[in-house]
Design a protein around this ligand. Structure first.
Ligand SMILES: [Fe+2]
Length: 165
């Protein structure tokens, strides 16, 4: 196996992993959305991020299909992961929304780095054509991560206001 082929193997595996990450994001957001209704801005943004994650997962699906990977197996994985994530629904603790936002910021940082890795692997595999799609997803993750980080103080204010109501 030559270096480019070996890099392609690593790249395809990376695309599959990122597809699983996006699928997890979709399930987690679905699960958390009902508890974010007291925070309308956050709720709207998370809803948009849910739709974006579906698009991002579809982009990864398309890239895998382009390189000859089977799509149907991935679709099955989607359903399975969402069901698993939904199983973690608990009664909401008071500060759970804040904890979820912190987790989401960490998750976005992970996704930004994952896309950076995939972009590097695309180059090494001779798949530079894939880069613009991956860069688009990375930009979206960055935008969401920045939005969450910059709005964190207002979520804390909202939480305090709710507590004293
Ligand atoms: Fe994502």
């Amino acid at each position: 196996m030559n270096d480019v082929k070996r890099a392609m193997d690593v790249y395809l595996n990376g695309l599959r992993n990122q597809h699983a990450v996006e699928t997890q994001a979709i399930g987690t957001i679905q699960n958390e959305l009902p508890r974010m209704e007291a925070y309308p801005d956050l709720h709207a943004k998370m809803k948009a991020d849910h739709e974006r994650s579906v698009t991002q997962a579809a982009r990864l699906d398309d890239l895998l299909a382009k390189h000859g990977s089977k799509k149907s197996l991935l679709k099955e994985a989607v359903t399975g992961t969402v069901a698993t994530v939904a199983g973690f629904a608990h009664a909401a603790a008071g500060d759970e929304v804040l904890k979820n936002v912190l987790a989401a910021i960490g998750f976005k940082a992970y996704e930004i780095s994952s896309y950076k890795v995939l972009i590097t692997l695309a180059d090494a595999s001779g798949a530079s054509d894939d880069k613009s799609v991956l860069e688009q997803s990375m930009k979206e993750e960055q935008e969401m991560g920045d939005w969450l980080g910059s709005h964190l103080p207002s979520f804390v204010q909202g939480y305090l206001a709710q507590k004293s109501a």
